[in-house]
Design a protein around this ligand. Structure first.
Ligand SMILES: [Ca+2]
Length: 377
C-alpha cells in the first residue's frame, strides 16, 4: 500500500519536473541585472540582461476622449436596448454618481455586479457618423506582453481601428482593423490572426471575428492577439522562447511592433444589430466599454529590472551604467563604449538550473524511500 503511494507520488513529481523543464519559467527570468564575481583575485560586477516584470499597465495610463464631450449624461439621456427598442430603462446622468459613466470606469477592477462602464452619447446626429477616439497614454515606451482585450457593455462596434504611437502621439500606425464587413469598411480582405505565418506575423490585418451581428450579447470582447503572434515564432505553447528572443535581439521591426507609448481606439460605427438603422429610435445606438486590459512592461532596453511610477510618470531604474527613462544612453563618464541595448540571448539559466537541481534531489529521495520500503516489507 505504502509502496503504491510512493510510486504515485513519484510519478506526479516526475511529470511536474518534466513540465517545468520544458517550459522553464516560460518567459525566461530576466530579473537579475548583475552579480558579483571574482575576476583576477578581486570582486567585479558581472552584468546580465534584465527587464521589469510584466504587469497591468492600465494602472499607469492617462485617458483622453475626442470629441471631449462625447461621454453620455450631460444633458441626461435615456437609452434603449439594441435588441429590444421598447426596453428603454438605461439612464445616463453625469451629475448622479450611480447613473454616470465616466471614462475611468473602463479601468476599475471588474468582478462586481453590475459591471461599471464608460458610455458615449447616442447616435442622435445620424446619418452623420458617431465616432470616438479613446487615447491611452503612458508618456513612456512600454512593451506589450499579452493580448489587448476590450470588453464592450454595448454591442461590439461594426467598425473600429486599434492604433499605436511610438512617439508620444505625434504619429500613429494601425495595429488592427475590425469590421463586420472588412471590404466595405476598409477595402481590405478579411483575415484572421491564425492565417498569419512567421514571415507575415507583422502584417496589419482586418478581422471580422469580433464584430458579428446578433450573437453579441454573449460575446463582448475585442482582442488584439499578441500571444498568437508570439506563438508564430515560439511555438503553440510558447515553449521555444529562445527562438522568439533570438529574433527580438536581431530584428528591430519585431521589437518595435510590440513597443508603444500610446494606444488609440477609434470607434467608427456602433453596433446596429446587422439591420437597417432605426431612425425613429436612435437611442439604441451607442458605445459602452466596461473594461480594457493592457499587459506589458516598461521598455528599459534590458538594462533595468524595475520601473517606478513617481509623480505620475513611469521611469526605468537603470543599471549597467545607463541612464534616461528607457536606459537608452550611457551615464556620464561611462562612455568608453557606444551604448547598445542588452541581449536576450543566452536566456538566463538561473531558475532552470535551480528547478533541475530540485528535481534531481527529490528523485534521489524517492529512490531511497522505495529501497527502504522494499527492505522493511
Ligand atoms: Ca469597469
Amino acid at each position: 500500500m505504502y509502496l503504491l503511494q510512493v510510486f504515485v507520488l513519484q510519478a506526479l513529481w516526475v511529470s511536474w519536473c518534466h513540465a517545468t523543464q520544458h517550459y522553464p519559467a516560460s518567459w525566461g527570468h530576466y530579473d537579475v541585472c548583475k552579480s558579483q564575481v571574482y575576476a583576477e583575485d578581486r570582486l567585479a560586477w558581472h552584468y546580465m540582461a534584465c527587464q521589469p516584470e510584466a504587469t497591468d499597465m492600465t494602472k499607469y495610463l492617462t485617458v483622453s476622449l475626442d470629441p471631449p464631450n462625447i461621454t453620455c449624461g450631460d444633458p441626461p439621456e435615456m437609452y434603449c436596448a439594441l435588441e429590444n427598442p421598447y426596453m428603454c430603462n438605461n439612464e445616463c446622468d453625469a451629475d448622479t454618481e450611480e447613473l454616470a459613466h465616466p471614462p475611468e470606469l473602463m479601468f476599475d477592477s471588474e468582478g462586481r455586479n453590475p459591471t461599471t462602464f464608460w458610455q458615449s452619447t447616442s447616435w442622435k446626429k445620424y446619418p452623420k457618423p458617431l465616432q470616438v477616439n479613446i487615447t491611452l497614454s503612458w508618456n513612456k515606451t512600454i512593451e506589450l506582453t499579452d493580448d489587448i482585450v476590450l470588453t464592450f457593455e454595448s454591442g461590439r462596434p461594426e467598425q473600429l481601428v486599434l492604433e499605436k504611437s511610438l512617439d508620444y502621439g505625434r504619429t500613429w500606425q494601425p495595429y488592427q482593423f475590425y469590421a463586420s464587413d472588412c471590404l466595405d469598411a476598409f477595402t481590405m480582405e478579411p483575415k484572421a490572426v491564425h492565417q498569419l505565418t512567421p514571415s507575415t506575423m507583422l502584417e496589419i490585418i482586418c478581422t471580422e471575428a469580433y464584430s458579428t451581428g446578433y450573437v453579441w450579447k454573449y460575446d463582448k470582447t475585442v482582442r488584439f492577439e499578441i500571444k498568437d503572434r508570439f506563438a508564430l515564432l515560439a511555438g503553440p505553447r510558447l515553449h521555444n522562447m529562445a527562438s522568439l528572443y533570438g529574433q527580438l535581439d536581431t530584428t528591430k521591426n519585431l521589437r518595435d511592433f510590440f513597443t508603444l507609448t500610446d494606444l488609440r481606439i477609434r470607434l467608427l460605427r456602433p453596433a446596429t444589430g446587422a439591420t437597417m438603422v432605426d431612425e425613429n429610435n436612435l437611442s439604441r445606438y451607442f458605445y459602452a466599454i466596461s473594461d480594457i486590459k493592457v499587459q506589458g512592461r516598461c521598455k528599459c532596453n534590458l538594462h533595468a529590472n524595475s520601473c517606478v511610477f513617481d509623480k505620475g510618470k513611469l521611469g526605468c531604474e537603470c543599471e549597467h551604467n545607463t541612464t534616461g527613462p528607457d536606459c537608452a544612453r550611457c551615464k556620464r563618464h561611462y562612455q568608453g563604449r557606444a551604448w547598445s541595448m542588452g541581449s536576450y540571448l543566452p536566456i538566463p539559466k538561473v531558475s532552470l538550473t535551480y528547478s533541475y537541481m530540485l528535481c534531481e534531489y527529490f528523485e534521489l529521495v524517492f529512490k531511497f524511500l522505495v529501497i527502504l520500503l522494499f527492505l522493511v516489507f
